[in-house]
Design a protein around this ligand. Structure first.
Ligand SMILES: Cc1ncc(COP(=O)(O)O)c(C=O)c1O
Ligand SMILES: N[C@@H](CCOP(=O)(O)O)C(=O)O
Length: 462
């Protein structure tokens, strides 16, 4: 299995190399050269299997010879052993044809744990084999950062630097990143928004001298391994509702487009998905793009669903690559337009291809709060604001096909927004009960590449 860049000018890599490389050297994102498919019988056979076994069967074809069969099974077992729910990703019924996929039973209470816990295991195995040391730099709007720190803290051969937008994540999210005491963890509060953090991250990868000097690696959804691990719960949930004999639809609270892109991969692999619905908050660039065919950046407005406060949606490039018939030149051209003018137009053919795969909706701040309250009344579920955005758009897209809405974070990560919306105080789980008493370590830093690379170099000398 080979991985190629969306911009067509970087070397082809194996799974392990693509995972450890992060951003392709031409600025693009790695994708599999061909997406393997599973037969109807292979999908049907997943019924009743453990999450771990489904994970193995879904991901195995993508991994090639990077890991042996038993080794890969072992890594998967270890990755999910710490989850607080036996099903790992349980489904709850919200209405007759509407289901909630709870993805927040991992250690940091967000869907990011599904991929990050596994990537942590895969990185360790690969680095030990190679005798290699790396520096992970990540950009976060709140959840990727805490999941990455949890997965990599205390490891000898890894330093983890996480950039988050100062003042724009919830207090629980910030404390999850700033309270770990391990010396290899560095939380950086950047003066800017998430898009700035992600842009600086890509600048670091595009600075080849810096990248090679420090051994830069990425654990954002830039990393194909992240997307791959997220494909699994589309299979586990769909199969439990009758796939492949029955179609299902998914609504996905969306920001950086990694999670819904994983759903698109599941569909390409043969899972019978009818609709993939992009649910955005007021930072609705993806919804506007689906409506108009023009991808146009506007400023990011802070919202009560801060993890989705994103305007430059990194993985949309992967979807565009397919929509443009895997034409790397076309992707380089639209991405140049985006960096030069903050906007690009999508060709009619590519837009048709995107609309065949995705629909979309937008939820305002008021509607998000209203939905948290309404869902509590109708279903007894307390939803986080991101999941509420999904549930509202999921409701609006109900049909004869079961709709599965992804619940991407635990409400305890956003206590103020939840309390304001429905009056409920959601307590933290036992392993985080003293989060507010732990001391914080955080370094404020300018939204500036040189300031960031100098700081990283300084820390690595110590
Ligand atoms: C809680 C939550 N919901 C939704 C999203 C959006 O997911 P994606 O960036 O994969 O589109 C994020 C951030 O990634 C998140 O942390
Ligand atoms: N919402 C994310 C933003 C980064 O997304 P990623 O999937 O590319 O890591 C966050 O919570 O950090």
């Amino acid at each position: 299995m080979k991985y190629i860049s969306t911009r067509g000018q970087a070397p082809e890599l194996s799974f392990e190399d693509a995972m450890l490389t992060g951003l392709a050297r031409d600025g693009g994102l790695y994708v599999p050269e061909d997406v393997p498919t599973l037969t109807k019988a292979e999908i049907a056979d997943m019924a009743g299997l453990s999450y771990e076994e489904i994970a193995y069967r879904v991901m195995r074809p993508f991994v090639g010879d990077s890991f042996g069969d038993d080794e890969f099974r072992g890594l998967i077992q270890k990755a999910y052993a710490g989850f607080a729910h036996d099903a790992r990703a349980p489904l709850k019924q919200l209405a007759p044809n509407h289901f909630l996929l709870e993805l927040f039973h991992g250690p940091t209470l967000a869907f990011k744990d599904f991929a990050m816990q596994l990537i942590g295991q895969m990185f360790q195995a690969a680095l030990t084999k190679r005798g290699q040391r790396i520096v992970i730099v990540g950009a976060t709007s709140g959840d990727t950062g805490s999941a990455a720190i949890e997965a990599f803290k205390g490891l000898d051969n890894v330093d983890v630097f996480i950039m988050f937008p100062e003042g724009r994540v919830s207090e629980v999210q910030r404390r999850q990143m700033t309270t770990p005491s391990e010396n290899n963890v560095h939380a950086l509060a950047v003066k800017g928004d998430f898009d700035d953090c992600q842009a600086r991250l890509k600048d670091m990868f595009n600075d080849h001298a810096f990248r090679d000097e420090v051994g830069l690696a990425g654990v954002n959804s830039i990393n194909w391994g992240r997307v791959l691990a997220q494909v699994v719960y589309y299979f586990s949930s769909a199969v439990s509702l009758g796939a492949p004999h029955r179609e299902v639809s998914f609504t996905v609270p969306t920001g950086n487009f990694g999670d819904i892109f994983a759903g698109y991969i599941a569909k390409k692999m043969g899972l019978p998905i009818k609709e993939l619905v992009i649910a955005t908050n007021q930072n609705d660039i993806l919804h506007r793009t689906m409506e108009t065919g023009a991808y146009t950046k506007e400023g990011v407005s802070p919202s009560i669903s801060p993890s989705m406060d994103i305007q430059v949606s990194s993985n949309f490039e992967r979807a565009l690559f397919d929509a443009y018939g895997r034409d790397g030149d076309a992707i380089r051209s639209v991405m140049n337009d985006l960096s030069e003018s903050g906007s690009f137009s999508i060709s009619q053919g590519a837009m048709e291809a995107l609309r065949e795969q995705f629909t979309s909706g937008r939820v305002s701040e008021e509607e998000t709060s209203e939905t948290i309250k309404d869902m509590l009344t109708r279903t007894g579920e307390v939803l986080c604001p991101h999941s509420a955005i999904g549930a509202r758009i999921g409701d609006a897209n109900l049909s004869e096909v079961p709709m599965i809405t992804l619940a991407t974070a635990h409400p305890a990560k956003f206590p103020a927004a939840v309390k304001d919306a429905c009056g409920v105080d959601v307590g933290l789980p036992a392993h985080m009960a003293d989060l507010f008493e732990r001391s914080e370590r955080v370094t404020p830093v300018a939204n500036d590449l040189t300031a960031l690379t100098s700081l990283i170099r300084e820390r690595l000398k110590k």
